[in-house]
Design a protein around this ligand. Structure first.
Ligand code: SF4
Length: 73
């Protein structure tokens, strides 16, 4: 899983930082959120998905890993 933030959509609510501080951090000066790490350990996946759903700006994009060896549809 990978995660990114569109800072043009971020309204600096801080919801994601409160939900997963291991992944998201908020700048003290401009209030914008940044991703601490883009590739996430499996233990963080559920919380990051929740942060994405809760984000009021729709600014968080989660990209799920594709299964290895899959042939697609
Ligand atoms: S929850 Fe969304 S809008 Fe709020 S700070 Fe995080 S990325 Fe920005």
């Amino acid at each position: 899983m990978q995660v990114s933030i569109d800072q043009d959509l971020c309204c600096s609510s801080g919801q994601c930082v409160a939900t997963v501080p291991e992944v998201f951090e908020q700048d003290d000066h401009d209030g914008l959120v940044r991703v601490r790490r883009t590739t996430l350990a499996p233990a963080l996946h559920a919380d990051v998905r929740l942060a994405s759903v809760l984000c009021p700006g729709g600014a968080i994009t989660v990209t799920e890993d594709r299964p290895a060896g899959g042939r697609g549809a």
